[in-house]
Design a binder for this molecule. Structure first.
Ligand SMILES: [Zn+2]
Length: 290
């Protein structure tokens, strides 16, 4: 109910062309990391798919590229300490009920289900078909790719538009938001690992690069996180907006699936290897989900 206000999307301005030909302005400096190379980064896919986010009346306010923001909360700070984690069952797993809209064709639906199942391969997250539970993720093809951060209560929309969002890395990215994770480049310690070039950012999009006091769970900053934007995210001039430091040529934001660190973070946030809720667990099984 909170989401029905058709808030003006900050993404209106993100329309930009990636088809302009010609050499990249500072090509030598960033060889191998050109706009063209970046075409399939998570953030490029998100930007392209989210061009129309906010144009539909029932879309929530979307900020930070693809994070839906409740209209009673004007930021997307980490919520895990406010209780937005999904509950842990007595068997040690975290069951997250889902419903997938009938709007998808069979291939798209299969891709989404595979993306959901991928979490079970390496974490204790178990996406399971909705069966009467109150809280669930409601996967719909709205006007872009977006999700809330963490469990919001009741059916929370995870939008995976048929036009540009039904890819493994996007599905994992949006569901990691729903599990409580923010973008990697907004991490509390990001200034030690990347430089943000606001002068190259589309005017009005600067908030996408805001730093957040995240809980990093003792995990290292990860350029290969599926939650890391590419170097040209929200660029107004085909020049980088995110440059890794100290080595500016390191590839960033190219993940095609969850990284080992992404998986580690899920396991730590949800204490997947914890035996606390499984007093009967035999030692040999303890690391089953690691
Ligand atoms: Zn995102």
């Amino acid at each position: 109910m909170l989401l029905q206000a058709a808030a003006l999307s900050v993404l209106f301005c993100s329309v930009q062309s990636f088809t302009v030909q010609g050499p990249f302005g500072n090509g030598e400096e960033y060889s191998g990391n050109t706009v063209e190379d970046d075409e399939f980064s998570v953030s490029t896919l998100l930007e392209k798919a989210n061009v129309n986010v906010g144009k539909n009346f029932d879309d929530p306010l979307v900020m930070f590229g693809d994070i839906a923001v409740p209209t009673d909360l004007q930021n997307a700070d980490p919520c895990v300490e406010r209780g937005c984690l999904w509950p842990k069952a007595t068997d040690g797993n975290v069951y997250v009920p889902y419903r997938i809209s009938r709007d998808y064709d069979e291939r798209e639906r299969n891709t989404i289900v595979e993306g959901l199942r991928s979490f079970a391969e390496s974490t204790c997250i178990r996406f399971t078909p909705l069966n009467g539970q109150e809280d669930f993720v409601n996967i719909q093809s709205r006007s872009g790719c977006f999700s809330f951060v963490g469990r919001r209560g009741r059916g929370q929309v995870v939008s995976l538009s048929r036009r540009g969002c039904v890819f493994r890395q996007i599905i994992q990215h949006e569901l990691l938001h729903a599990l409580g994770f923010n973008h990697e480049q907004t991490r509390s310690d990001r200034n030690e690992h990347v430089r943000i070039l606001l002068e190259n950012v589309i005017p009005g999009m600067e908030s996408n690069f805001r730093r957040i006091e995240t809980r990093n769970l003792g995990t290292p900053y990860d350029y290969n996180s599926v939650m890391h934007y590419g170097r040209f995210a929200f660029s107004r001039n085909r020049r980088p907006t995110i440059v890794p430091i100290p080595d500016g040529n390191v590839a960033i934001g190219r993940a095609t699936q969850m990284s080992a660190t992404d998986i580690l973070r899920v396991n730590r946030l949800y204490q997947c290897n914890s035996t606390a809720s499984r007093p009967d667990l035999k030692p040999v099984q303890r690391n089953h989900f690691l």
